[in-house]
Design a protein around this ligand. Structure first.
Ligand code: PTJ
Length: 264
């Protein structure tokens, strides 16, 4: 048997936290080769913490939001998926598969600018099979008014009607909304500014969201425009976030009851 067949980064596959540790290492590797910003490690840790309190699974409200998001992306005129370092490190293949399935461009948009990062992320996406990557040529970029961070520099996003923003910081979502764009957010924190500002908030881990969106897109591609619009119209983001918080409270209450049983 080849050495390490049952291990990844020294972690045995039988380890109860194997999956979580595998994604941690993807983030660490990503940071070493410039894909992930240093602060991306901290953001990942924050995400892990929120993932715990939803039970590390796709909860019903996330599935509702995913359905609405896919329906919107299938009916939008000029949709785009924004890509940052964490997302590129965690789910490059899945992201490219989704972009191809929906025929939507990926645009690299970074909060932390650093020499070589755009090139490194472009490489990762190209290796995953991406052919349509925006945000790589400064000369093609314009600036979003009302935004001071590095995220103000955009390419296709400037003309987009729908922008999907996974793992975002609040400022740009607010700006995109003020510019009349529809925003789909993926954020494990249900009460972050991004989550509250977005039109559709998917409270789930990006590692589960993109594969789930791919499966949903395969099904929804068989629906007609009227049926897709109905799915969007039946979705209420505010209510969905409220229900997400209720599910978190229920889960924590249950965990509180369960917590000490193993010690008895
Ligand atoms: O690559 P860059 O330079 O564009 O920077 C990317 C980060 C993520 C570092 C930057 O956007 C940032 O600092 O983001 P924040 O403000 O930390 O917000 C990230 C949000 O994503 C937080 O609410 C986290 O809880 C959430 N989050 C972290 N990991 C995941 C996640 N949400 C979904 N899936 C995750 N795996």
């Amino acid at each position: 048997m080849p050495l390490n067949e049952n291990k990844s980064h020294g972690v045995p596959k039988s380890h109860p936290r194997f999956s979580s540790l595998k994604y941690r290492h993807k983030i660490i590797e990503g940071m070493k080769n410039l894909v992930v910003a240093e602060a991306g490690l901290i953001a990942h840790g924050r995400g892990e913490c929120f993932d715990y309190i939803i039970g590390e699974k796709t909860i019903k409200t996330a599935k509702n939001a995913i359905n609405a998001a896919v329906a919107v992306l299938l009916t939008a005129k000029r949709p785009v998926i924004s890509v940052n370092g964490n997302v590129a490190a965690l789910v490059p293949n899945e992201l490219v598969a989704l972009s191809k399935l929906l025929n939507i461009p990926l645009e690299i948009n970074l909060f932390y600018s650093k020499e070589g990062r755009i090139k490194a992320i472009t490489e990762v996406l190209k290796n995953a099979g991406a052919t349509d990557i925006k945000g790589t040529n400064e000369d093609m970029m314009t600036e979003l008014t009302g935004l001071e961070s590095n995220r103000r520099k955009v390419d296709f996003i400037a003309k987009a009607d729908v922008v999907m923003v996974p793992l975002e910081d609040g400022d740009r979502t607010e700006t995109l909304k003020k510019l009349g764009k529809m925003v789909i957010a993926v954020d494990l924190n249900p009460i972050s500014r991004t989550a509250l500002w977005a039109d559709i908030t998917i409270v789930d881990n990006i590692i589960r969201v993109i594969p789930e969106m791919i499966e949903t897109a395969k099904q929804f591609k068989k629906l007609n425009k009227k049926e897709l619009i109905e799915i969007v119209n039946n979705f209420n983001n505010k209510l969905n976030i409220q229900k997400t918080l209720d599910l978190i409270i229920d889960y924590i209450t249950k965990q509180k009851e369960e917590a000490f049983k193993i010690l008895e």
